[in-house]
Design a protein around this ligand. Sequence first.
Ligand SMILES: *Cc1c(COP(=O)(O)O)cnc(C)c1O
Length: 416
Amino acid sequence: MSSKSAVWHPFTQHAVQPEAILVDGAEGAWLHAPDGRRIFDAVSSWWVVTHGHRHPHIVQAIKNQIDRLDQVIFAGFTHPPAETLARQLVAITPPELEYVFFSDSGSTSVEVALKMALGFWRHRGENRSRILALQGAYHGDTIGGMSVGERGVFNAPYDSLLFDVERLPFPYPGSEQATLEALKAACRSGGIAALIVEPLILGAGGMLIYPPWVLSEMKQICRAHNVLFIADEVMTGWGRTGTLFACEQADVTPDIACYSKGLTGGSLPLAVTLCRADIFEAHFSTDRSRTFFHSSSYTANPVACAAAVANLEIWQREPVKARIDRIAATHARRLDRFRDDRRFANVRQIGTIAAFDIVTSDAGYLATIGPQLYKDFLARDVLIRPLGNTIYLMPPYCSSDRELDAVYDAIEGVVA
Ligand SMILES: *Cc1c(COP(=O)(O)O)cnc(C)c1O
């Protein structure tokens, strides 16, 4: 057997990045390497693990389900975990969200949302097909997801495939009104099908936070102009911003909402797109050409759905909110020291997410400092993946104060 790996890794420049670290186990907030090394997972394995790796209740639910039903075609067939999950999702989201469409990643949940929006207007006989999005947004790496996301080094080679989107400036502090005015102007220009937003925080776009009142105003403007409001809660959902869903903080009910990442507690891939009844009804017809033509082979995989049901049970049974509040308090306490430290800028926090920028002459995603920091943190057995010169922490909710303090100590050590 050749020792050279055949794996092509995501978001990895194999020519300059060190070999991937082999991990053969995980528990709680820790990744286990075969040689006994333990690495603290301060980014929740790319934002998916909420309660911790291998939460016993989720592991048990997966084991129980695999013994009964592994997979079944989801057109013309259904199964208990999907039915239970859909019912419970409808119950915990705002009352207007009544239907659940399953898929298997955040990107596909966004594709589904965009297709729902365009199908809605087409079947209603209205000519609305343009999409609005925020500058700096990230909505996934499929063609539709990239189209509504920020353009740049990530998608330049595929530019010819991406569709045009109208962009609203990001509501930086002090310039929120410009965003709202741009939204109003775009809505008035006509032909707009939907606005898609990451509520309260742009994740991959650099952990940029904006206040709930802006989200709420954006929703009201959309409503006044009959523009569908799509909330991409793929990252913000499941407690990340301090509430179960970020939209709650703005008292906003989206017309369409995307959830993934923490949906299964981070154990298995699954995504859902929830929508209002009239979006479902626009596709409901004896005319078969109005069918919602979308599916992935593994749509609503029973084992993944069972894991998601177990996740919801954990939210009901365990003091998840208290854990989130504790992590938020620890972030606040430690970040406080960074605020008047001139090596740091834009120190910010929302719920369990903490972020700050390292002051450097070459900012941006390809800032040379990023890979160096990544290596330095790993040398201290902490997994932190800076977004350029932005360092962020998004730990699993099982992380203790002591563990988080150790992470902050590592940051202070590395930056010194
Ligand atoms: C991660 C992410 C996606 C894409 O999800 P995948 O599961 O990686 O396809 C979409 N939108 C947002 C806001 C995300 O953070």
